[in-house]
Design a protein around this ligand. Structure first.
Ligand code: ZN
Length: 98
């Protein structure tokens, strides 16, 4: 049985363990994000300033999208198999970063 206070915590969409922020839908925790692969099955990378990088990425065989911005990125699980970041953002009502 989940305790009452646990219900307010959003957990990672991949491992279901690590608490993540609820400001983005289906966020992925940094630990799972570190396992992300790009479409060449190589570790996903971001540009030096993290303003851009690989997309989509695959974590545990699941498609995820990253929103890159200055200083970092947010990784989110895609539950709808979107074709591109534009479709993913539109579907999840997220602002496009580009
Ligand atoms: Zn996780």
């Amino acid at each position: 049985m989940a305790r009452q206070q646990d219900e307010d915590i959003t957990r990672c969409s991949i491992c279901g363990q690590e608490p993540v922020g609820s400001d983005f839908p289906r966020r992925v925790c940094p630990r799972c994000d570190a396992l992300a692969l790009n479409d060449a099955a190589r570790p996903a990378r971001a540009a030096g300033d993290a303003g851009s990088g690989d997309n989509p990425v695959s974590i545990d065989g699941k498609q995820c999208w990253r929103m890159y911005g200055s200083g970092g990125w947010v990784t989110m699980l895609d539950d709808a198999n979107c074709r591109d970041l534009y479709e993913f953002c539109k579907r999840n009502e997220l602002p496009l970063t580009e």
